[in-house]
Design a protein. Sequence first.
Length: 220
Amino acid sequence: MPKGLWWGYLLGLVMALEPSDKRAVAFIDGQNLYHAVRAAFGCAHPNYDAKALAEAVCRSKGWRLVQTRFYTGIPAPTENPFWHHYWTGKLGVMVRQGVHAFSRSLQYLRRRIRLPDGSEYSFMDGEEKGIDVRIAIDVIRAAHRSECDVVLLFSQDQDLSEVADEIRAISREQGRWLKIASAYPLSRTSRNCRGINKTDWVPIEREMYDACLDRRDYRA
């Protein structure tokens, strides 16, 4: 068979393998989503229901959600008791809903800033370490194990754009249809209006978001 016809045959074969029932796994970067929601919709705390939001996005695209995975850093109770209590309570509810939750303690570094009067002010700043790496590992594992047809990232972290290349490589190696998409809240006040490069972008508008609120208040 001539080379051009051979590649056309392979392309047609791959396209024919697109499943009618598209299984999706949602990977939610909790902190990234929270900061995007705060900028887009003015929410003072992470008031989203992670599983409901993942289901709503999948339903809008005709995908079947088979698993929701949630990732976040949590401050130590001695450093920030408010947010430690908040995330501990919220993650507990998610786990009871069947969400796979992954958390990691924040790492604290001493920061120094120079004030207008020339003096210095020092403070301890908490940083997430390893969350994006954990997400990337779990995405690639799920794709390799054929646990999904759609990888749905709730994040705008461009470091995850390299994962999109890996998903396409797995699709070629396994000869099956795979899609990777990134969902993110979007409004006129959003500071970041882009999804993750090399993925399908799925903007979340206010109406969809408001239909997926977690009515529990973990701030008490």
